[in-house]
Design a protein around this ligand. Sequence first.
Ligand code: NAD
Ligand code: LMR
Length: 328
Amino acid sequence: MATTITITGAGGQIGYALLFRIAAGDMLGAREKVRLRLLEIPQGLASAEGAALELQDGAFDLLEHVEVTDDPAVAFDGCNIALLVGARPRGPGMERGDLLAANAGIFGPQGAAIAAHAASDVRISVVGNPANTNALITANAAEGVPADRFTALTRLDENRARAQLALALEAPVSGIRHVAIWGNHSATQFPDVSHATVDGYPVVEALAERVGHVPTWLEQTFIPGVAKRGAEIIEVRGSSSVASAANATIDHVRDWVHGTDWTSAGVVSHGEYGVPDGLVCSFPVRSVDGRWEIIEGLEWDAWARQRVDASVAELVDERETVRSLGML
Ligand code: NAD
Ligand code: LMR
């Protein structure tokens, strides 16, 4: 049986960077057949249809079927994995939260369509920004779908953090493990290195040999560098990240399905680490038997606590904003 994957905004930039890698087996593995459903709004259909023609021309062994539609009921019918990418990206000078009013209206109807039409094992990953609160809206509208099926992408932040540590330590990125992203996929996020290791050695100790005063480097260089990397890409490239976002989406789903002992993802809180119930907040997570589990029992100092609290406060504010817009 093939896996049915729905990609919203499939005619857009990230969609184009995702489709061919999924068809090639990068996300689910070289033995898993896939059926792709490409959802677009009418203005985006031609672009998605063009991508579908190119998917044919790729002659991918794993690709069983491609369908392009602007009807969410068709797109989510029997869907096992939903990648909710379709949303407006921010431009220069904007924060991701500025997209709330423009994009939030997309996710309630898609959540309802997922509840009505998707397969009983559906897993949802929200990429469109502001990803955490859009995931909250989707979950809220998807009556009957368990809350643990909804995630927001913060894997890009984790990948960025690992890459920046690898550069600072002049170490291969493959040796950097156990970096955590807490909070919102926004400038308030807390990329946390306190449990991170480089080739099994504590990153904080390795940094002391390289960057001088570690707290200053974390505060002034590393944390803003990771949290504002999206804005840096927009400034340098002229539009928001695409291939790295698609790559992180693939990493996120692959680890969800195949398992991992440590990554980060926006998942629905049940009060872990004092994060209010129901918020979609990034935590360090593991995936066991296809389900995310928040890694509990990690210790923080007062500085880390205050950083996480600030990002969680922003998530609470975003929830209030979408409530006031009537979207929750
Ligand atoms: P894009 O403008 O190139 O593509 C978005 C596509 O979504 C367009 O083709 C548009 O027609 C389509 N769309 C809009 N409304 C839709 C709807 N209701 N249903 C289906 N499709 C719809 O943008 P992009 O560069 O692909 O970025 C997409 C989103 O991903 C943006 O919100 C961006 O900010 C976000 N993003 C998130 C991360 C992350 O790490 N979470 C990283 C990069 C980008
Ligand atoms: C990113 O982190 O690159 C994306 O969320 C796009 C953005 O607006 O920063």
